[in-house]
Structures are given as C-alpha cells and as structure tokens.
Design a protein around this ligand. Structure first.
Ligand SMILES: Cc1cc2nc3c(=O)[nH]c(=O)nc-3n(C[C@H](O)[C@H](O)[C@H](O)COP(=O)(O)O)c2cc1C
Length: 233
C-alpha cells in the first residue's frame, strides 16, 4: 500500500474488526519491528508493547474498558458531549463516532489480540510539561507506526485510552510494574472486514497551519475544561 494511502486511511476500526480470523504472531512481530524504528527521546527506546492473546486476560481488559466506558465515562454520551452544535455535519460525524464507540465496547472481548503501548521508565503523574512531552513523545510515534504497519497488512486498530481510568487494575492483571511503567494506549488488533477505508473529515490545511506566528483568526479546537480530572469525576 502506498504511504500516502496508508496515512490517509488508517481509521479507528471498531465495527469492521473480524474476530473470526486469528492474527498470526509473525505479523505482530513485523509491526513491532517497524514501530521501534520511530524516533526515541535521547535515543532510548522506551516503548514496550504488551500483546495480550490469552483469553482470560483479554476478557479482563475488555471488562475494565467496559466498566469505564459504561460507568465513569457514560458511554457514547462522552463523544456526543463534544459535538459542535453550530456545525450539523460535525454533529452527525460525532453521532456516528459515538455509535461506533459503543460497538467497540461490545466487541473488544471478541478480538483475539489486544495490544497495550507502555512507557518504560517512569510515571508521568505531576511531571513538567517538558518531561511529559519528551516521555510521551517516546511512545506515541512508535504506537502510531505500529498501527500504520498493521493497516498495511490488512489489520485494523483503534487507539483507545479509556481503560486508563483503571490503569492500576490493568497493571495488576498483566503484571505490569505500575510505579515504573505507564500505559499509554490500548488497541484491538484484528483483520478488517474488507480493506477499503476512506479519508476522515478533518480540518483544512489553512485552518490548522499558523505561518510564522500564531494567528488568532484561525479556528480553535475548544478549551478543555477540567481535563486534569479523571473522566466523570
Ligand atoms: C488520544 C486518543 C484517545 C482515544 N480514545 C478512544 C477510546 O477510548 N475509545 C474509542 O473508541 N476511540 C478512541 N479514540 C479514537 C478516536 O475516537 C478516533 O480517532 C476518532 O473518532 C476519529 O476517527 P478516525 O481516527 O477513524 O478518523 C482515541 C483517539 C486518540 C487519538
């Protein structure tokens, strides 16, 4: 698959995950091999992948995800809460995302592989902006590379963070040393039903590029009030 096509069509796959086709370990290894080529702060590779295949562990993770999704985060209402009421097309897209997120919550326990990306070395609770950007920046590009590599091999992924409201429970389930290893992302990994995915509706280039100086006339993403709190708290 052409690189531009891969970049433009690596969607959050939720409804089109095919649980009936097991994911070969070799494909997962290939994706990780490419992922670790991503940049690494201070040239120290801090990304660790926990690839969960054992059914009881997958079920446990899916249950944690569901508890947060249904309970704390009140399911798709969280997505719908982000709707821009002044933009009907955006509102419709958000509604679709909400329904799709509901579908993932129901399907997560069915896929045969769940992958967690972790930062090995520290927790970021209360650290400086520079430290958190540097440390998270050591994991996010690698995980996105993993997802792009997966897409190029017919596999679907969906970046999720919701289970992190129960990160400690997930750490206990999987034996992850919570004090030194921070989970950053959880994704299902499965072959997709069909391989044609489209581009997403995203802002135009001229809406997001500030040339030379910050342009106060460009649209803003919306202020995140209370982002430091746990969802629903
Ligand atoms: C940081 C981050 C956290 C996300 N968390 C979740 C999540 O917990 N559950 C979920 O279903 N999708 C999650 N998503 C996926 C987004 O909802 C998805 O990217 C968005 O709806 C746009 O869809 P698209 O990527 O297919 O264009 C997350 C994405 C990002 C980047």
């Amino acid at each position: 698959m052409d690189i531009d096509e891969t970049l433009a069509t690596t969607r959050a796959v939720r409804r089109r995950l095919d649980p009936s086709r097991p994911v070969p370990i070799e494909l997962i290894r290939d994706c990780v091999e490419l992922a670790v080529q991503a940049p690494a702060g201070s040239n120290v590779a801090r990304t660790r992948f926990v690839v969960v295949r054992e059914p009881a562990l997958r079920r446990g993770l899916a249950e944690l995800y569901s508890e947060v999704y249904r309970g704390t985060y009140v399911g798709s209402a969280g997505y719908i809460g982000n709707v821009r009421r002044d933009d009907p097309a955006a509102a419709r897209a958000q509604e679709r995302t909400a329904r799709s997120a509901d579908a993932l919550e129901r399907a997560l326990h069915e896929v045969d592989t769940i992958v967690l990306a972790c930062l090995d070395g520290t927790r970021l609770d209360g650290v400086s902006a520079m430290a958190s950007a540097s440390m998270l920046g050591g994991v996010l590009p690698a995980m996105w590379s993993f997802m792009l590599a997966a897409r190029a091999r017919g596999l679907g992924t969906c970046w999720t963070t919701m289970h992190l409201a129960k990160e400690r429970e997930a750490a206990e389930l999987l034996g992850i040393p919570f004090d030194e290893v921070q989970q950053v992302c959880l994704t299902p990994l499965a072959f997709t039903v069909g391989d044609r995915f489209g581009r997403a509706r995203r802002p135009a280039v001229d809406e997001v590029v500030h040339w030379d100086r910050w342009d106060p006339g460009l649209p803003r993403a919306g202020r995140l009030a209370g982002i430091v709190a746990e969802p629903g708290s």
